[in-house]
Structure formats: structure tokens, C-alpha cells
Design a protein around this ligand. Sequence first.
Ligand SMILES: [Zn+2]
Length: 147
Amino acid sequence: MHHEACMRLAIEEARNAGTPYGAVVAMGDDILASAGYRVIDKSDPTAHPIITVIREVSAMTRQTTLPGYSVYCTMEPCQMCAAALLWARVGEIYIGLSADEEDYPVRHSRLDRHDLLTRSSPMIMIQRGLLEQECRKLAADFPVASP
Ligand SMILES: [Zn+2]
């Protein structure tokens, strides 16, 4: 199953970085980019996995929007990443552990993040709960990571 394979790669990226956060961008069956949390490595507060993969694919394809592309992320995107997904006009977003299901401490309100994506663009297909149990375990394994 392609969607699950993409999410498993996002989970692997998250684990390799020692956080619950990982992301993948795919076009059809092709996986184009994957990343974990790089904020500390790069001394860049915007180096969240979703931002990193959007930047990589945009640079690779020389496009400023990514219509038709699918993004997979282990956790509900933060406000910055949700906004980036909207600006990139991606086609589909698959979320592992949604804000509705998070039971680990988060710094940002669930309502803002959830509604930002869900209410902002009816054009984007959003599916929550892909490999949810694996992503829940990921969140439990790295409980002190920053969002
Ligand atoms: Zn983020």
C-alpha cells in the first residue's frame, strides 16, 4: 500500500531525528522528498519536516505551488506548516496522529491547527489517522520533543 509506505518513511525520518515529527512528499507512486525535524541541526526554527520537504520539492521541480502532490506527516501540522501546505496548494495531506487524538503535551492549541487546515481550503483532500497507532507510539516514544 503506497500511502502506508509513505507514512512509514515519515515515521522512520522522525525516529532518526529523535522526535515525533516526520514528513514525505509524493507524486503518485514516486516519493520525492522525506525529512525529519532539523530545527536544532540547522539552527533554524522553521526547519520542521513539512517545511523542509516542501522546499526540497519546490526547488527540485522549480515550482512555487505543488498541486497534485501528496504530503504525509506523522503529526497534525503546526500552524506554520499548515499555512505552508495551504500556500503550496498541495493536493492531498495524510496525517498520522491528528490533533483530535493527541494525548501528549502540545504548545499550540488543537483548535487553531485543526481548523486552519480543515476550514481554509476545500480543495485539499485531508485524511487523518493513517497508521495512527504507529504514530501514537512515536509520540509516546519522544514525549519531550518540541513541536
Ligand atoms: Zn511545523
